[in-house]
Structures are given as C-alpha cells and as structure tokens.
Design a protein around this ligand. Structure first.
Ligand SMILES: Cc1ncc(COP(=O)(O)O)c(C=O)c1O
Length: 408
C-alpha cells in the first residue's frame, strides 16, 4: 500500500498551524500519541523510582519501557540503552569516560563531516589525555566520506573512531560498516552519531558495526531526550564519573540525576508511533518499526527527489553535496541573499528552514562557507509533501524576483 500521507499528517497536531516544516533535521513536530503519553504520565501519580509504592513502581516502568522501545528502534538490548538529556551530553559522558583511559601517543580518528557533538567531546578528551587527533576528510565536490581513507587513518594506537551515520548538513550517509571494520581490525572502538540518520530508515546497531550509537528522540517525533546504545558488556567495562549513592548497575551507572519520567513515556510512545507508520506491518515492534521507517523513507525519497530537481533547475541556487547515499537533507545558497536573510524571508512566508552551520562546524569551515553565514538547509521528514516542496520552490522564485527588482 502506498504511504498514507493524509493519515500520517493527521497524527501531528502542530501541522494544523499551517507552517511548512522543512527542518526535520533541526527537530520534528511531535506526534499526538507522544503528547498524550507525556500528559498521561504527568497526570498520573508518579514518584521517584521505588519498588515500595505504586507511583514509584510506575516510574520504574516508564524507564524500562523507554529502554525497551529504543532497543527495538536500534536493534539493541534494553540493558544496553543509556538514556540522557541530549546526544551531546551523552557523547560528552562517553568521551570523558573513555578518555580517562587514554595515554599520550594514542590516537582518535574524527571526521570533518560530523556534527560538532561527535567531534568536540572527543577532541577535548584527546587534548586532556595528550592524544593525537587524526581527521577523515570528505570530498569537497560530492560530500562523500570515502571509507578507504580509514585504512591509512587507523593504526595500532587508535583508540576510537567517531563517525556519523548521516550528515545533518548535506545528508551524506557514509559506509559506516566499512569504517567500523577498519577500526575494529586495529582494535579501536567506534562511536556512531545516528542523530540525523535514525529518523530516515531502519537502523541496526550490529549491521552498522557500531560499538556506541547515539540518537535523539526529538528528531523522530518524540520529546527532547536522547539515548546511547551499546552492548551491555561494553558498558560494563567502563567506569564513568558518578555520585557515590547512585546506582552502579549498567546502564544506570551512566545516567546522571533523576530522569524526566513523563518525557520517557513520550520516547516509548514515539517508537510505537513509528511502528504504526506502515499500517499493514505485523509482528513484533522491532519488525513493525523497521517496516514503518522503510515506508516513510520511500515517501521521503520521492518528496526529496522533487526538491533536489527543483533546486538544480534554478540557476541562482547553489547546492552543496551530491552523495550517492544520503538522508533527505540538502544545504544551499540563494544568489544575492545571505543564508540568514533567506531563512528569515522564507520564515516570514511561513516556510521554516534553518540557516548557518547547524553545528556541522568542520564541514562549513572546510568548505570556506562558515565565516560568511554557512548555508540554508531543507530537510524532508515523513509528514512533508510534494506540495510543500513546491511551495518552498515558489517562495525561492519570489526571492529571486525580489533580488532582480532590487538589483535591476
Ligand atoms: C547529526 C547530529 N548529531 C548530534 C546532534 C546533537 O543532538 P542533541 O541536540 O540531542 O545534543 C544533532 C542535533 O542537531 C545532529 O543533527
């Protein structure tokens, strides 16, 4: 059955406001079941985690349900799911923890395609330990991150390779499995940033070859919470800084403070929502999530294809990146308009896009675009339509006409 876009859009109350949201990469709108689950968890009597009384048991259940849902989303085990406030915070925790065991002369391999959340925590941990940072470079013309370079980048002193599964700037999907293979052959750990990729298709921790994989629920219809997954045995070998009375069990050992129980209810509801995107899918939730995201991806690719073709057909528009495998995300500039002016003008017209570097710091610096405003980003999510893309393209034509009026 073709993707039921009307049914899908009806699940997002915020779409009724009428904005064109082409900034899923910055955060998606929230699905109604998520809103309901969060509200229900806030209305119910919920205490801090305790087996002693019902409200305390409820919060224990909310945590367990969120772990189980994220495990189904990523092909992980619930005991390997560390929950946290953001991907950035979780990566800092991991970087500090792993970095404490690094020695001068060790090496880490970072990529210039990555969001700074999978760069800076590692670079700072490396600096603190006297560890050398080696850089994987992307192809400036295509935005590809060639996996072959990792054979030269990793060696017996490599302790960690950090790489994205999807660029939040230009969509590139690197061959993470090949990169992980090279890293593992050298005995290094691999931390994969799945924040941008996970919303756009089925994800499998083992297939990626990731030792650690991080995702943020607000990029897939959920609340502002994140999770990092790994084999529980890998977590068990690590000792993060922690408070003395807090649990030393895995995965709780890596979680700081009291979590937001209502938002955790929203995480589980978001995964259930994704599992319902393909109404014909049957079987366990993991299978239904994969089917739902595969159906969503097919829809996103059709919408994104129209966007790319429309941008390419407009001579005043420069598009960055053309990777063969990519998430439905593109960065561009409009001649005569700074990226911030473009986004503001579109925003005035009800079309919501990001501009700047969206924290893809190394990418924009390497491209020489960072100091004069980065680019504008359009990112398709499964609730977007061809009509919305056409609206964006029409508004861009209007901007071009405005520019011609100003300069002519
Ligand atoms: C690819 C990527 N990685 C990491 C992050 C950081 O995620 P968080 O906001 O959960 O820290 C983002 C946020 O936009 C992102 O797009």
């Amino acid at each position: 059955m073709p993707f039921d876009i009307a049914r899908t859009r009806a699940a997002y109350p915020a779409l009724a406001e009428g904005f064109v949201h082409l900034d899923g990469a910055g955060g998606t709108q929230t699905a109604a079941p998520v809103v309901d689950a969060v509200a229900a968890a806030m209305r119910a009597a919920v205490g801090n985690r305790s087996a002693a009384f019902v409200p305390g048991r409820r919060s224990l259940e909310l945590v367990a349900a969120a772990r189980s849902a994220v495990a189904d989303l990523l092909g992980a085990r619930p005991e390997g799911v560390v929950l946290g406030p953001s991907a950035t915070a979780l990566t800092y925790t991991l970087a500090r923890t792993l970095g404490a065991g690094w020695r001068p002369g060790d090496e880490v391999v970072l990529s210039r395609l990555d969001h700074d959340a999978n760069v800076r925590p590692w670079a700072q941990a490396a600096e603190a330990a006297g560890v050398t940072v080696r850089w994987a470079e992307f192809d400036r013309a295509t935005g590809e991150l060639p996996a072959e370079q990792y054979a030269d980048l990793v060696g017996e002193r490599t302790r960690l390779v950090a790489v994205t599964a999807g660029s939040n700037a230009i969509g590139t999907v690197p061959d993470v499995a090949a990169i992980a293979k090279a890293a593992h052959a050298a005995g290094a750990l691999v931390c994969v940033d799945g924040v941008h990729s996970v919303p756009h298709g089925p994800t499998d921790l083992a297939a990626l070859g990731a030792d650690f994989l991080v995702t943020s629920a607000y990029k897939w219809s959920g609340p502002h919470l994140a999770a990092m997954v790994a084999d529980p045995a890998v977590w068990a070998g690590l000792r993060p800084a922690k408070l003395r009375p807090s649990s030393d069990a895995v995965p709780e050992r890596f979680e700081y403070g009291t979590p937001s129980f209502p938002l955790l209810a929203g995480v589980a509801a978001a995964v259930d929502h994704l599992a319902g995107l393909d109404p014909d899918a049957t079987g366990d939730r993991r299978g239904r999530v994969r089917a739902g995201l595969a159906a969503a991806r097919a829809h996103e690719e059709a919408v994104f294809g129209r966007l790319l073709a429309g941008l390419a057909a407009r001579p005043g528009i420069t598009v960055y990146g053309s990777a063969a495998r990519r998430c439905p995300t593109v960065s561009f500039r409009v001649a005569g308009w700074s990226p911030a002016e473009t986004a503001a003008a579109l925003g005035e017209r009800g079309v919501c896009l990001s501009s700047g570097d969206y924290y893809a710091y190394e990418y924009f610096r390497a491209m020489g675009l960072r100091d004069d405003g980065g680019a504008v980003r359009a990112s398709v999510y499964h609730y977007n339509t061809v009509d919305e893309v056409d609206r964006l393209l029409a508004e861009l034509d209007e901007l071009g006409a405005d520019r011609d009026r100003m300069t002519g």
